[in-house]
Design a protein around this ligand. Structure first.
Ligand code: NCD
Length: 363
């Protein structure tokens, strides 16, 4: 059984056939029916630093239901009918853009992909103008990626639609962090108390920053490891200025990969981000691979049953050895599948169709 939505949400949804599981047991409420109880108060998703653990939990819990939908023979539900999502990617993307597009379509939303490369941006239209234009087309959500840190925050100030940050410069990539959290929780049964080791180009990684916020919020221990030139400054205990907590929560910092890997529950290799590096940070790629590549021999220092993750795209042979990237411990492809479920959950929560006011019948 599902609980019909009421008020505006129901009218927009068009019916009450919401996210019904294949065989719901008697009286069992699933999917959207259970959603009104899930805490969520965000209008936008800009980063995880302002999202509470309870709200993160809402996304992860709902993503489980979304995964059930994805596993159906015909993965389509009308839940977000009448909801319009624009994707606006100023930087290249394969999985993130496709993942949002699929997430929207599975839920019955209209998804419109705008390519700034061939749009009026080329004629000098500003980001604010573009966002206003999409808002005027009744966009409900704009999923954007931009090379400048902070661009989605600017967009959010000028947008009637929900802005979802799909990566802004080296700053944040909150949906990647949410899918990483979801993957860890599913695979290990929980996040609190797990040791997650991130290896590589932390300084330029928006994934690392959002993961650090999300993981610490959910009670994991985070270890970051890389050459000193690729670690953000001021993170080591004793070096941290008073105000640093606002920039990033405390993490353990290691420059020795073997020490970092000992006792890891999760090993996350990160891409060496050549496009964000000013020269001179690395002597050579070969030297980097020699010292910091996640290899099978090094991975063996982690706990038995540890997970190997990578947000993609991978540079095999640089930050990760090819054999281990597709080996038994790798859940890299699982991350991609989970990403669709997590983005479905997020779009759903942002739509307000499960929010407490919808449950209360607000119109
Ligand atoms: C990441 C990104 O673009 O920030 N990729 C992704 O979204 N899966 C990581 C990267 O570019 O290295």
């Amino acid at each position: 059984m599902t609980v019909p939505l009421t008020g505006r949400a129901a009218a927009a949804a068009g019916d009450d056939r919401e996210l019904r599981a294949p065989d719901p047991g008697p009286g069992e409420e699933v999917g959207a029916g259970a959603a009104p109880a899930l805490p969520w108060s965000q209008r936008h998703l800009l980063d995880l630093d302002i999202v509470s653990p309870a709200e993160i939990d809402s996304v992860l819990t709902l993503a489980e239901r979304m995964l059930e939908v994805l596993e159906r023979r015909i993965a389509r539900v009308p839940t977000l009918r009448g909801f319009t999502v624009f994707t606006l990617f100023y930087e290249p993307s394969t999985r993130t853009r496709a993942s949002f597009e699929l997430a929207g379509k599975v839920l019955g939303a209209d998804v419109v992909n705008v390519s700034p490369q061939s749009a009026s941006v080329q004629k000098g239209e500003s980001l604010v103008d573009t966002v206003r234009t999409l808002s005027a087309m009744e966009a409900n959500a704009i999923v954007m990626r931009h090379a400048s840190a902070g661009a989605p925050y600017l967009a959010a100030r000028h947008s009637a639609a929900s802005i979802v940050n799909a990566g802004d410069g080296a700053h944040a990539h909150p949906t990647q962090a949410l899918l990483d959290l979801f993957t860890i929780r599913r695979q290990l049964g929980g996040i609190a108390g797990r040791r997650v080791v991130m290896i590589g180009d932390i300084a330029h990684s928006r994934v690392a920053r959002s993961d650090i916020w999300g993981l610490t919020a959910m009670g994991a221990e985070v270890v970051i490891c890389g050459p000193p030139t690729l670690l953000p400054r001021g993170l080591r205990a004793g070096e941290r200025p008073e105000h640093a907590r606002e920039a990033l929560p405390p993490v353990r910092v290691e420059t020795d990969i073997r020490r970092a890997l000992e006792g890891a529950d999760v090993v996350m290799a990160l891409r060496l981000q050549a496009e964000r590096q000013q020269g001179g940070l690395l002597p050579s790629l070969r030297e980097y691979a020699r010292l910091y590549q996640v290899t099978a021999e090094r991975f063996a220092l982690a706990r038995p049953g540890a997970l190997l993750m990578h947000p993609g795209p991978k540079n095999e042979g640089i930050e990760i050895a090819s054999d281990i990237a597709t080996g038994d411990h790798s859940i890299i492809e699982r991350q991609v599948t989970n990403g669709v479920a997590v983005r479905m959950a997020l779009l759903y929560l942002l739509s307000g169709r499960g929010a407490p006011e919808a449950a209360g019948g607000a119109s």
